[in-house]
Ligand binder design. Sequence first.
Ligand SMILES: *Cc1c(COP(=O)(O)O)cnc(C)c1O
Length: 376
Amino acid sequence: MIEPFDKIIFVTRPVFPTIEEVTDKLRDIWAAQWLTNNGPQHTMLEKELKAFLKVPYLSLFNNGTIALIVACQSLRLSGQVITTPFTFAATPHVLSWNNIAPIFCDIDEETMNIDADKIESMITPKTTAILPVHVFGIPCDVEKIQEVADRYGLRVVYDAAHTFGVEIGGRGIGTFGDISMLSFHATKLYHTVEGGALVMHDEHTKQRIDLLKNFGIKNEEEVVMPGINGKLDEMRAAIGRIMLNYVEGERLKRKRLHAVYNEELAEVEGIKLMPKVADNVKLNYQYYVVRIDEKIFGRSRDYVYGAFKNFNVYTRKYFHPLCSEFTCYRQLSSSSSANLPVANVVAQQVLSLPMYGELTEDDVRKICAILKSFRS
Ligand SMILES: *Cc1c(COP(=O)(O)O)cnc(C)c1O
């Protein structure tokens, strides 16, 4: 008999800086008497993040969703954009907010990212861009996606909300495609409480995006485009600067816990572990996700999800339901299950297990023992 945990183990927990570090930074803000609109904390954080992420240009935002809405505006995307149904609701919603129809493309069985080989078949004369997501921090097939985009003259905007600090061959993940969006929400590996950023390749795009996130205000006399309020304030920028000192430590703790999960679950029939990546990929270990094949494991994902709660373990069914199942999208022809066979299977099998630096190795071993006890 395995005893339940004596406290609830959630799927993740935000990283908290010390209260002293925060009050120190608040003193700096009070001394500067500057709360928002491109203050000193904001300027410093942009500079520090560019270096940390190895990207040439970056623009901070109040959250990742507004950032992605602005990315579509800045490239003047319209018509249809090809994306994945296996993602967080924000991804297709951003297209809707731009009056763009999301077109759902099936995913790759191994990486769970958009299947680059199927994108071409989804292109129509109305297609203007591809919006892939590096799901669970595993990079998309960036080369193949760019090749298709180039062949058809399409833009590529990445939802890189899961990929803070990920690199391919020493190159920052944010530098692929035309623009990448990062989310700094509290539940992500790196956070500013709420926040986000866009990464772009040139000064001109950065200027346009900076205008769009500040109502299109160029100067006191001129408003040059219909912008929105996407600004990150000084308090959150200050927290972001503190959190930069924590992110590598948190990543390494999670890397260790990933290894423990992999070791404990490697031989369990019916449990598929996270996808393997090429040797030149630096991961961030933000999530730990398994897939449960009911036919082999003897229990369904939904059974496991429910049974874990009896042990005080609260897992999450990311991403179930698929975005193509939402009432606002299920009438689209690309939402049909015939178009999305792989995504429909993966969504029934996937389960996010607890992953955060404060978990101990013993906690992870116990979670794995509980999981194994469900076999039948
Ligand atoms: C978190 C997340 C977002 C939204 O980011 P916010 O900063 O919460 O607005 C978008 N896409 C994906 C895949 C996410 O995980």
